[in-house]
Design a protein around this ligand. Structure first.
Ligand SMILES: N[C@@H](CCC(=O)N[C@@H](CS)C(=O)NCC(=O)O)C(=O)O
Length: 229
């Protein structure tokens, strides 16, 4: 299997698919194409001619899967024993619903706080739309944890790490790097994601990408954050 991804510092969609594969210990080859560089599209089509031309794209022999949720579903079918989605039917339905909501929504937060793992931003009011997004995200996490995660065991939304956690991982990163205040339950969940070995592996690689966008160099506080998380 081959996963095409973009810059680890910036490509939130790439992070989701990569994290799911890595956390579930599914062997894959990673191919990184630089976003916004000339030849970006051509590089994707060279590796995956039948894809939609975006990252992430997963190639498995003749099969090409783009769109992150479709990748999660493909992995669920291909590796049914890996717990890509929760085992319980009600938990699985909830996980799919909140993952779709994430895929289609939270535009205010995504627009105001683009993922940049190389930066630490000062806490400041990001406006009412972002606050509404953060309140909804916190409510989703609280409900998933209290209805499913806590009884299943494990620190993630449905207990063990699953596709829904991968879908929210870039949100966790944004809330962290933009110093957006959250309640204690959300903070505990964020620590579980930020401490996941696969996430730390991605972050470590992202922080070495300083050469990609010269004007956007890695901050020392980001490196301190890597050490402390
Ligand atoms: N809906 C897609 C979004 C993928 C996406 O927008 N990826 C960005 C990088 S994070 C991309 O490939 N941008 C380049 C382009 O659209 O040409 C998914 O779920 O995977």
């Amino acid at each position: 299997m081959k996963l095409l991804i973009g810059n680890k510092c910036y490509s939130s969609w790439s992070l989701r698919a990569w994290l799911l594969l890595a956390a579930k210990e599914i062997p894959f080859e990673e191919v990184l194409v630089l976003l916004d560089e000339p030849g970006f599209k051509e590089a994707i089509y060279a590796h995956a001619p039948r894809s939609g031309g975006t990252v992430p794209t997963l190639s498995d022999g003749e099969v090409a899967v783009w769109e992150t949720l479709a990748i999660a579903e493909y992995l669920h079918e291909r590796f049914p024993e890996r717990g890509i989605w929760p085992g319980d039917v009600a938990a699985r339905a909830h996980a799919r619903a909140v993952s779709s909501e994430m895929h289609a929504g939270f535009q205010a937060l995504r627009g105001a706080c683009p993922m940049n793992l190389g930066k630490r931003y000062a806490a400041r009011d990001r406006g009412p739309d972002v606050a509404r997004n953060v309140a909804r995200i916190s409510a989703i996490w609280r409900e998933a944890r209290s209805r499913f995660g806590e009884t299943a065991g494990g620190p993630f939304l449905y207990g063990e790490f699953c596709a829904a956690d991968a879908m929210f991982a870039p949100v966790v990163a944004r809330l962290d790097t933009y110093a957006i205040p959250v309640d204690a339950d959300a903070a505990a969940y964020m620590q579980a994601v930020l401490g996941l070995p696969a996430y730390r592996q991605w972050l470590e690689a992202a922080l070495k990408e300083r050469w990609i966008v010269a004007a956007d160099e890695v901050d020392e506080p980001a490196i301190a954050n890597l050490r402390s998380n």
